[in-house]
Write a protein that binds this ligand. Structure first.
Ligand SMILES: O=C(O)[C@@H](CO)OP(=O)(O)O
Length: 249
């Protein structure tokens, strides 16, 4: 059996992470701190000799820039890249652009957590004329199916896993080290699948920004051992910070 190497990387801190706003498909840039996190992520890959052969990213610049910075730090700028909307962050519907703490205060913790972390209840859909809607955005012209107006985690799994199975795993099977640079909730969708996490338990799983998460996979493309954050201490602190986002003022 040959071991397959998969590295997951959530983008570094974005401007809307810093401002504590629901982001979803809104295409916001990294902050200087986010760029620094991405660089450190790439250095961790280089230090461990985990050199990606191929990159998969979303269509959003916070993931694209994170990958570029990390790959530059690992001296792997040149590897082939595949971009797909299927790796995009979860579409946050009408919450896109709204302040997380203010939303918690307005709707209460139960509703807030249902929208934020329940498996199958999406937030209300976004209107096409909302400035944070992606209606008419040329990058989604070729989308197969309908442009989402909101999504829950279940919807993300339904659009991400077919791509994982049909495309990303083919590179793993060819022996390539695969880097997936994506988002908090699209990576939660993949980790749920890999780690066999239940629909209820996935609510408490949070992915920190900018820290590579390494998986060694077997012939069935499932983990041989639990995933490993390359900086476990920073990962634990980062995940706790994501979990606390609703309460920050
Ligand atoms: O706003 C978002 O798009 C996501 C990721 O930043 O937030 P949350 O962790 O609240 O799902």
């Amino acid at each position: 059996m040959t071991e397959r190497t998969l590295i997951l990387l959530r983008h570094g801190q974005s401007t809307w992470n810093e401002e504590n706003l629901f982001t979803g498909w809104v295409d916001v840039p990294l902050t200087p701190k986010g760029e620094q996190e991405a660089k450190r992520g790439g250095e961790l890959l280089r230090e461990r000799d985990l050199l990606p052969d191929v990159l998969y990213t979303s269509l959003l610049k916070r993931a694209i820039h994170t990958a570029n910075i990390a790959l530059a730090a690992a001296d792997r700028d040149w590897i082939p890249v595949h971009r797909s909307w299927r790796l995009n962050e979860r579409h946050y519907g009408d919450l896109q652009g709204k302040d997380k703490a203010a939303t918690l205060e307005q709707y209460g913790e139960e509703q807030f957590m249902t929208w934020r972390r329940s498996f199958d209840t999406p937030p209300p859909p976004i209107a096409d004329d909302n400035p944070n809607s992606q209606a008419g955005d040329p990058r989604y012209e070729g989308i197969d199916g309908e442009l989402p107006k909101t999504e829950c985690l279940k919807d993300v799994i339904e659009r991400f896993l077919p791509y994982w199975e049909s495309t990303i795993t083919k590179d793993l099977e060819a022996g390539r080290t695969v880097l997936v640079a994506a988002h908090g909730n699209s990576l939660r969708a993949l980790v749920k699948h890999l780690d066999g996490i239940s629909d209820d338990d996935i609510a408490s799983l949070n992915i920190p920004t900018g820290i590579p998460l390494l998986y060694r996979l077997g012939d069935d493309n499932m983990p041989l051992e639990p995933g490993e954050y390359l900086d476990p201490e920073a990962a634990a602190a980062g995940a706790a910070a994501v979990a606390a986002q609703g309460t920050k003022h």
